[in-house]
Design a protein around this ligand. Sequence first.
Ligand code: FES
Ligand code: FES
Length: 242
Amino acid sequence: MKILDILNVHDSGRIINPATAEGQVHSGMAQGIGAALYEEQLIDPATGRLLNPNLLDYKIPTAMDAPDLKCLFVETDDPSGPYGNKALGEREMLLDTLRDRLGLTSVKRGCEVGECGACTVLLDGVAIDSCLYLTVWCEGATIVTTEGLLARDGTLTPVQQALVDEAAVQCGFCTPGIIMSATEIVGSGKRYTRDEIRKLISGNLCRCTGYQNIVNAVERAVNECADIAERTLAAHADDDAA
Ligand code: FES
Ligand code: FES
């Protein structure tokens, strides 16, 4: 049997990423062709277990078997889906949403495999690599990027000011990611040794390799914020005692 043409019309909800959505539908169609025409799952009727579970004895379609496929999307809004989407598995990463859709270009596109930390943002206060995090997982979460740290009057945060004061910025590509990681670190209110700080920011690579000044800056911000936390706690203790 030879397939001459095939068209899939898909009720997709709102399309978020057309190229990825098409890819998902193409692969579903190719799987359907395989299942309909020549794949044969042998099931043990007594146990329901698959009897040919590996690729030595179970053949899936190859590129030779998959003809060019066409698909059309019927975009219907689905208020219950993320962004009105009906979950085609479009897998937009948070990095792409923040940079390309929202214009938050402090979030840098580096390795895109979770190695460099250039894309670090805070998700509910926790530093994550946005290149590895699906946007749809962020439903209901608070995302903070470096743009969100700046006060209305332009005042820098203690971490940002420390990076300026310690001359810890060279080309600046890694800086927003380092700011977000350091913001998580100082948010703990704890003090850390220099070795601990080195370890805590080791997920953020700096190609200019200005690590010494970066560690100086994070150490300065950690100590300043710990001082503030301790003074605040002492003031509250005095109030309680009065
Ligand atoms: S771009 Fe995300 S870790 Fe490198
Ligand atoms: S300052 Fe250039 S990569 Fe870090």
